[in-house]
Design a protein. Structure first.
Length: 264
């Protein structure tokens, strides 16, 4: 999960860099579009003010064949200049529009990456809290054992009995085995906390996702709809997880079950 979070943060940084570059490109394209639009406006005003002679007027006003050819060539170049200005304006507008679309797509991708990183960070914090609680319980138990060993060396049988009791207490679910207030899960909370921290996580490197970190093949095999668990509502994830758990018979489907001392 740490590796996945690091990868998501790296992807988020890349998206931020791409977004910054795209914003600069978009600004330049819009500036170019403004320049071309102003040029088109000036050309239209000049045509309106100067007037554009029709072909009949050009023919009758020409002084000889050579003059006629020069006038016709001038009209052709004038028409081409107007077409070039118009084409350049349209091209600049289309380029600016495409830049805005790319910028929007990058913004959506950046938002999704931010949400995924936040969910994974919350899960890591919950798992870290559970680990800290378990380590504290282990430290307390070991301190008690050492104290008892130093005080009761003369009573070996009693000491061994107390040691077995302490080991049994360590194998039981930790004090943090209760789910957060107002939340319920289809399998024991210590397994959920170890797997996802109680967060609806996106797929990890193995493809497992959701509150219960269910693989796509297992999700579909136990009646889940859609391609992955995290895309379904929690109620459906609860129902599928309950079928997999099967009253404890399916505990082996979660690696964390053995890690927290729950095997059936």
């Amino acid at each position: 999960m740490q590796a996945q979070l690091a990868a998501d943060r790296e992807r988020l940084a890349e998206l931020a860099d791409q977004t910054a570059i795209e914003r600069r490109v978009s600004a330049r394209l819009h500036a170019k579009y403004d320049v071309q639009r102003a040029a088109l406006g000036r050309w239209l005003v000049s045509v309106y003010e100067a007037g554009r002679p029709d072909i009949v007027t050009v023919v009758f006003d020409a002084h000889g064949f050579s003059d006629l050819l020069e006038r016709l060539d001038f009209l052709r170049r004038l028409s081409e200049a107007g077409a070039n200005v118009t084409d350049a304006t349209l091209a600049a507008r289309n380029a600016a529009t495409r830049a805005l679309v790319r910028l929007h797509d990058l913004s959506v991708a950046q938002t999704r990456a931010t949400d995924a990183a936040a969910a994974e960070q919350a899960a890591l914090q919950s798992i870290g809290q559970a680990l800290a609680g378990r380590q504290a319980a282990l430290s307390r138990a070991r301190a008690i054992e050492l104290q008892q060993l130093s005080e009761t060396r003369s009573d070996r049988a009693r000491l061994e009995g107390e040691l077995q009791s302490q080991l049994a207490a360590l194998a039981a679910p930790p004090e943090t085995s209760a789910a957060p207030s107002g939340e319920s899960f289809a399998i024991p909370w210590p397994i959920v906390q170890c797997e996802s921290g109680g967060q609806n996580l996106p797929p990890n490197s193995a493809g497992a996702s959701g509150y219960y970190q269910i693989l796509p093949s297992t999700w579909q095999g136990f009646g889940g709809t859609g391609p992955a668990a995290y895309l379904a509502p929690k109620s459906e994830q609860d129902a599928v997880a309950a079928r997999i758990w099967d009253g404890g018979a399916g505990a082996r489907n979660w690696v964390c079950a053995a890690l927290v001392g729950i095997t059936s």
